[in-house]
Write a protein that binds this ligand. Structure first.
Ligand code: ISL
Ligand code: CA
Length: 621
């Protein structure tokens, strides 16, 4: 369909890209797609987005939007009947961030032998598969997401033999291991980049260069271009200036990546989490981005690479060359792709990726990570529900609230910690009773929280440090800058895993590389093991329930109520479960609350009212 200024919004959203981009723009403006789907506003023409956005979008951005919509691939997967049952739809995943999980040799840095030590613990939760964040050789500009050698291990983390042992020890316990492959960029210290800088034309073509930078901005603040005097050109880096973007249009680059992936699959890895894999294909010529649209989606320029012209083609090639022959699983990190474009990437007849991560529920509509606002959990519900009901049977959602890139969800919902137990158990209820594959991030199972960093010198993350510098120069007061840093820093998720109440939280017997949260004296694995009512044991109960009832995996999902206060849904096939959740810190009356006893609830005393953040699951006959 050709989109012009006259096309009505309700027609624009009929294509995958139209649907997702309009949804995304509205979301950034704090609005929901339903205003177009369910109200007469859908009859407005695309140009009226200008007034809907209250002037944030100007004529130029509308033209850029129309051009963008006309330029994206819009293929739809075919309808398939029913859900294909596979292990990863039934599995519970656990993400390990190696640097912060367990230090085995007293240097203050988590490592592979440390993970091996704790595999029985991970298994004891009922976990079936582990995603391990990168452990490859790296100068550590971005904690290993800047890879210097894809076939070597970061010496601080151990050796290749340690990783082989990690793989086999996982397998011995019946767990799979997926590894975190960063294919979009390499470190500037990678051999390929060094050869490029030395002027080798073959390797120069592995990266993306320009004589004059375009206006794209980096995810980590500032321009996405870095000048190199060796070549007298600028190289593209969407992330840190030591993470240089690879040129995936070069078939040689793709072949190198496939060889690397096969190297790991041949070693026994069961698949991959693919870092920002949706960014690998960039629009030819690397044109300027529209500043308004880019910023609304996330960063200037992103419309030219978040689902680039050859993305689906390259993913299919990767699948053919690496995944299919090994029967490997993959979850791609795909920021910016909405439901319909994600269907193109994960439809089971598309032969691209198994699953993906999308992030719109992680911040409230119209808000970004470093914004100051009170997170409202009810505002993430429409987004979550949509992935439950509109992603289709041929796709399978991932379920998560935490990862290594975000402050802890429990702290966003309940900064004071007053409802710590209830909130963490409520989140666990959604994680294990919704449709999709649950991903636990290390520490969520004990209710780890954000950390009260008191000074910028305590932060380690390059993104935090860059954003701090940018904000400091922007005229904000020092205390405002610090508040924003505290709101958004990824370091909250990267503090050491809290194993016990001893000085370094049982993570290490020496001072760790990053601050230890003082609350480890009360929030830690050791104490929670002993407490039958702990968050840890609650996770175990919910995971066991999910394993016991396949309905909680494959059963249909039906929303019964989603309001500012309550979320209620049903999972059903031959059994039926009702899940009812109070999204507020207040007691409320609800006719939906059954009189019978729940199977599992975060409140043990029966009450007619829904207690603060109560989340209960009932079996109904
Ligand atoms: O944090 C995000 C969403 O919550 C996004 O900004 C996006 O997921 C992220 O910036 C991309 O993350 C991945 O690639 C980065 C690395 O720093 C992150 O740790 C990794 O998860 C660059 O490799
Ligand atoms: Ca160590």
């Amino acid at each position: 369909m050709e989109i012009t200024r006259k096309t009505r919004l309700k027609d624009v959203i009929k294509t995958p890209s139209g649907h997702d981009i309009i949804a995304r723009l509205l979301y950034s403006l704090g609005m929901d797609l339903d205003v177009i789907r369910k109200t007469p506003l859908g009859l407005l023409k695309i140009g009226s987005l200008k007034s809907l956005s209250m002037g944030k979008l100007n004529d130029r951005s509308i033209d850029a939007l129309i051009a963008l919509l006309g330029s994206l691939n819009d293929e739809e997967a075919s309808e398939s009947e029913g859900i294909n049952e596979t292990w990863w739809k039934e599995a519970v995943f656990y993400q390990v961030y190696p640097r912060s999980f367990k230090d085995s040799n007293s240097d203050g840095i988590g490592d592979i032998p440390g993970i091996i030590e704790k595999l029985d613990y991970i298994r004891s939760l009922g976990v079936d598969a582990i995603w391990c964040s990168p452990f490859f050789d790296s100068p550590n500009a971005d904690n290993g997401y800047d890879i210097r050698d894809y076939r070597e291990i970061m010496p601080e983390f151990g050796t290749l033999d340690d990783v082989k042992r990690l793989i086999s020890e996982c397998h011995i316990r019946g767990m799979k291991l997926i590894i975190d492959l960063v294919m979009n960029h390499t470190s500037d210290e990678h051999e390929w980049f060094r050869k490029a800088l030395a002027g080798d034309p073959q390797y120069m073509d592995y990266y993306m260069w320009k004589d004059t930078p375009n206006n794209w901005t980096s995810f980590f603040a500032g321009s996405a271009w870095r000048y190199f005097s060796e070549t007298d050109k600028y190289a593209l880096h969407l992330f840190a200036d030591k993470q240089i973007d690879l040129n995936w249009d070069n078939p040689q680059v793709r072949k190198e990546m496939y060889d690397i992936a096969n190297f790991w699959l041949d070693l026994g890895a069961d698949g991959f989490r693919l870092d920002v894999v949706s960014f690998i294909s960039k629009k030819e010529g690397l044109p300027d981005g529209d500043p308004t649209i880019g910023k609304l989606i996330s960063f200037t320029g992103i419309e030219h690479y978040f689902h680039g012209p050859h993305l689906d083609e390259y993913l299919r090639e990767f699948n053919r060359e690496c995944l299919a022959p090994h029967g490997a699983y993959t979850v791609g990190e795909c920021p910016g792709n909405g439901i319909m474009m994600s269907r193109m990437i994960t439809g089971n007849d598309r032969e691209e990726l198994s699953q993906l991560f999308s992030f719109d529920h992680i911040d409230n509509p119209g808000k970004k990570r470093f914004d100051l606002y009170d997170f409202d959990p009810s505002k993430m519900i429409p987004e979550l529900v949509r992935w439950q009901t509109e992603y289709s049977d041929r796709c399978w959602p991932t379920l998560f609230f935490d990862n290594h890139d975000n402050p802890r969800m429990c702290s966003k919902i309940d900064p004071s910690g007053h409802y710590h137990g209830a909130v963490n158990k409520m989140l666990a209820m959604m994680l294990f009773t919704m449709r999709g594959t649950p991903y636990i991030y290390q520490g969520s199972e004990i209710g780890m929280t954000n950390c009260q960093f008191s000074d910028i010198s305590e932060f380690r993350d390059i993104e935090t440090l860059n954003v701090f510098e940018e904000m400091t120069g922007s005229g904000l007061s020092d205390s405002d800058v610090m508040k924003r840093i505290l709101a958004g820093s990824r370091d909250h998720a990267r503090i050491p895993m809290q194993w016990n109440s001893s000085e370094n939280a049982g993570f290490s017997d020496t001072a760790p590389w990053i601050k230890v949260n003082p609350n480890h004296t009360s929030i830690n694995v050791h104490d929670e093991e002993l407490d039958t009512d702990s968050i840890l044991n609650y996770y175990r109960k919910l995971i066991a329930l999910r394993k016991q009832h396949k309905t909680l995996v494959y059963g249909s999902f039906k929303k019964l109520r989603s309001s500012k206060k309550i979320l209620a849904y049903e999972r059903a096939d031959d059994e039926r479960f009702l899940i009812i959740i109070n999204l507020t810190p207040n007691e409320i009356r609800s006719s939906l609350k059954p009189l019978s006893r729940p199977l599992i609830s975060n409140y043990s005393q029966p009450s007619r009212k829904l207690m603060p953040y109560e989340a209960s699951v009932y079996m109904i006959s």
